[in-house]
Design a protein around this ligand. Structure first.
Ligand code: 5AD
Ligand code: SF4
Length: 444
């Protein structure tokens, strides 16, 4: 094993959700204090970290494929250290250490221990810490941002999850829910605003259950959202993810009160069938979900709504599937993340129900949902044609450097001629045409 040199180089690859991206920034902050600097490729790295996701089997398969790639690099450079972080590390624990390429396994609550784990590799090439914590929020750590354009920053406001959705591995990989001290969240928000970011997304598995009690102060999610929104009216605030059983009227009224809180709610429904919702232990019904949608529309008529859905959960009948399609039609989602059910070992569903919908049927149902959602997205975009929007410019069009891309408050992507504008500016555009993915606009 080599000595860890001054200014060793770390390459961090991140999979899974935004929360993982945020966690990688915490990891980089911790390692930066240890004289590590980020590098752009595996070939330059002394240490390669892969921050993993365990939500579905195909996520894990992709990561195992990446470990094979690292193995080739390690053949050339036996001194290269490889660490597996995140949800898959937490789920598989010692099993991952059996992979000859892996030196370090660290779960989501063990990142402060990384410097010790790295230093210990010299004595023993296999190091692991997958302890989960009831307190760790990394609240005092200022993440080192890894995004490319400096426009949009993500701030983690809580960790873990106390829901018991029967299909989901997250309560096992990220542990119990804990909220982060609001002072540290506001401090981090001030830092990112000072460094020029124009959009902040507050992240949690279930932001509606954010709750901080400390002496006199009692801060719930709408209170926190308000505090962050008040920092600068020209900085947009977003949040994710909401839960239908917890999303409150107070939240909706807070969103409506502040122009800079974006009119977009990501509200996973998972299924349109009450039988499935019960088996999924979602603790809400189809009717409850539709009532929440009606309330959102009453308070904010121009609020975009997106969702997550799972096709082919245990015992799902054709009728259950039709209920999902009809719910999609009834709500008219602007956008959806759509999956077929993937059994996760150890979850309630894996222990109690049979994964009995054949893969062909799961795929067929998923395709039907995707097809329907494409139509709904196109309809949602068509309703925007002729309207004007303020968009925050966040990149160049893939097709042409002469065009910019930006997003509306509703999180819809606009493409428009650059006209001398640049990334990070707000511009006003008029929608001329659309596809199911993009609003084609002109500058006003
Ligand atoms: N199989 C398929 N999709 C899943 N999700 C969570 N667990 C599973 C699973 N076992 C989906 C849910 C969740 C999103 C992040 O991933 O829709 O909202
Ligand atoms: Fe994120 Fe869930 Fe994947 Fe973990 S398992 S990285 S929480 S999506």
């Amino acid at each position: 094993m080599t000595e860890i040199k001054k200014h060793s180089k770390v390459f961090i690859e991140t999979y899974g959700c935004q929360m993982n991206v945020s966690d990688s920034e915490v990891v980089l902050a911790i390692l930066s204090k240890e004289n590590y600097e980020l590098c752009e490729s595996i070939e330059e790295a002394d240490l390669v970290l892969i921050n993993t996701c365990a939500i579905r089997d195909n996520a894990e398969q992709r990561i195992l494929g990446r470990l094979d790639v690292f193995r080739l690099e390690k053949k050339k450079r036996p001194d290269l250290l490889v660490g597996v972080l995140g949800c898959m590390a937490e789920r598989l624990k010692e099993t991952l250490l059996e992979n000859p390429v892996v030196n370090i396994v660290a779960g989501p609550d063990a990142y402060r221990d990384l410097p010790r784990l790295i230093a210990s590799v010299k004595a023993d090439p296999k190091q692991i810490n997958t302890a989960l914590s009831h307190e760790e929020t990394y609240g005092d750590i200022s993440p080192v941002r890894m995004d490319k354009n400096g426009v949009s920053a993500f701030i983690s406001i809580m960790r873990g999850c106390n829901n018991v959705c029967s299909y989901c591995v997250v309560p096992y990989t990220r542990g119990a829910e804990r909220s982060r001290d609001p002072h540290s969240i506001v401090r981090e928000a001030c830092e990112v605003i000072e460094s020029g970011y124009k959009e902040i997304t507050l992240l949690g598995q279930n932001v509606d259950s954010y709750h901080w009690v400390d002496g006199e102060s009692d801060v719930d999610f709408p209170d926190l959202l308000e505090k962050v929104a008040l920092l600068n009216p020209r900085v947009r605030i977003r949040f994710s993810t909401s839960h239908p059983k917890d999303i409150s009227d107070k939240l909706l009224y807070t969103m409506a009160k502040y122009d800079n809180i974006c009119n977009h709610i990501h509200l996973p429904v998972q299924s349109g069938s009450n039988v499935m919702l019960e088996k999924m232990r979602r603790r809400h019904t189809r009717e409850w979900y539709l009532e929440r949608i009606a309330k959102i529309r009453e308070v904010m008529p121009d609020c975009a709504i997106s969702t997550d859905v799972i096709a082919g959960f245990c015992g799902e009948t054709e009728q259950d599937h039709q209920d999902t399609l009809s719910l999609f039609r009834e709500v008219g989602f602007d956008f959806a993340y759509m999956f077929y059910y993937s059994e996760r070992p150890g979850t309630m569903a894996a222990r109690h129900f049979k994964d009995d919908v054949p893969l062909e049927v799961k795929t067929e149902r998923l395709n039907q949902i995707i097809e329907l959602q494409n139509t709904l997205s196109l309809e949602s975009h068509k309703r925007d044609v002729g309207k004007t929007f303020e968009v925050l410019v966040d990149g160049y069009s893939k097709r042409s450097k002469a065009d910019l891309t930006g997003r509306t408050q509703q999180n819809k992507t606009c493409v428009f001629p650059a006209g001398g504008h640049s990334i990070g500016e707000y511009v006003t555009v008029k929608v001329k045409d659309c596809t199911s993915a993009t609003l084609l606009c002109e500058l006003l």
